[in-house]
Design a protein around this ligand. Structure first.
Ligand code: GH3
Ligand code: MG
Ligand code: MG
Ligand code: MG
Length: 314
């Protein structure tokens, strides 16, 4: 039984008590058959800076599922048509939601029921009898952990840029978006020149250092909305969002010159040396998928290598 609550007064209080970090706008999906309950959590989380979608039944949720990319699901357990445990099972079968945290907020106190929910794929069970501050803190904690994990899984550990899987996925999303909006997006494939020699002359650790510096230089040189990833080995990819091919090529040329001017100090051989890279740049709009685009950028890159390296070709 839910007591009537003055949502707004309570929300005010909670936001002040929690001093919720607003750094990220999290997407929250709530499923609860009770309008008051759902709206209560919705308002509370919106006050905390989240984007919230509230559904009153499983059917309504599954109707919109394709368009959702939630950072967390908050599910009620007992609902008249399809209950929360069944919803959790179905969500866990979708690859897209495999790792999205599922929290049950429920009046159900029966531990057996809780166990079933956990087995269905839930991460936390929170009972509605808990103080509201406790509930919100638990949700917040789960969101923070999930976003840390997501960032960790997406990152290349040597260089700090996106890893192979993530840059490919991000580039594919960008292709779809720019095709729909008819905006220009360019992609650059960058390959360090004669990198094998760097390893052979100065050692693998020095090679790693060079890759790390290049990754940082690339990240620092592009816009916040662009994407940098390590495609593999000594190859990097940059996705220039909302950017004409010519502009992207000039930008890569500029980064190339900056990189080439950098001096590395080899402790082993007491030598100073510099490194160059070659790059191929193409317009993403000309391609349906990222594999084709990268293939074409690779061809341009190959030309740059043939023409003596330390070059950018579009
Ligand atoms: P090119 O100018 O034609 O690109 O010559 P290259 O020597 O750069 O090309 P090649 O593909 O022959 O060599 C790439 C080298 O990069 C070989 C591989 O051992 C090295 N490499 C790949 N990943 C790493 C890494 O994570 N760290 C280090 N230190 N070396 C790496
Ligand atoms: Mg209910
Ligand atoms: Mg290579
Ligand atoms: Mg190379």
């Amino acid at each position: 039984i839910v007591k009537p609550i003055n949502t707004y007064v309570l929300v005010e209080k909670i936001s002040r008590v929690l001093e919720w970090q607003k750094r990220a706008k999290f997407n929250v999906v709530i499923v609860d058959d009770q309008q008051t309950m759902g709206e209560f959590y919705k308002t509370m989380l919106e006050q905390a800076g989240c984007n919230v979608k509230f559904f009153k039944s499983a059917a309504l949720l599954f109707n919109s599922l394709e368009d959702l990319s939630p950072d967390i699901f908050l599910l009620d357990m007992n609902m008249p048509d399809v209950n929360g445990v069944e919803i959790a099972k179905m969500l866990r079968q979708e690859q897209k939601f495999e790792f999205v945290p599922i929290i049950f907020i429920t009046a159900e106190e029966n531990k057996e029921e809780h166990l079933l929910a956990l087995e269905a794929g839930a991460d936390d069970i929170i009972t509605k009898s808990l103080p509201i501050q406790q509930i919100t803190r638990q949700i917040n904690h789960r969101l923070m952990r999930a976003s840390e994990l997501k960032a960790f899984v997406a990152t290349d550990q040597l260089t700090g840029v996106l890893n192979h899987g993530q840059i490919v996925e991000t580039a594919n999303q960008t292709i779809r978006l720019s095709n729909r909006r008819k905006t220009s997006t360019a992609i650059a494939v960058i390959d360090v020149d004669r990198f094998k020699l760097v390893n052979d002359h100065y050692g693998h650790l020095m090679g790693d250092k060079v890759l790390c510096v290049l990754g940082q230089l690339l990240s620092a040189s592009v816009r916040e909305t662009d994407h940098v990833g390590r495609y593999g080995g000594e190859e990097f990819v940059i996705v220039f969002v909302d950017c004409e091919l010519d502009h992207a090529a000039r930008k890569v040329q500029y980064i190339k010159d900056t990189f080439n001017r950098m001096k590395f100090n080899s402790e082993g051989t007491k030598e100073q040396f510099s490194v160059s890279f070659s790059a191929g740049v193409v317009d993403l709009l000309a391609f349906d998928n990222i594999q084709e685009a990268i293939g074409s950028a690779d061809k341009a890159l190959y030309k740059a290598k043939e023409q003596g390296r330390n070059k950018v070709i579009k």
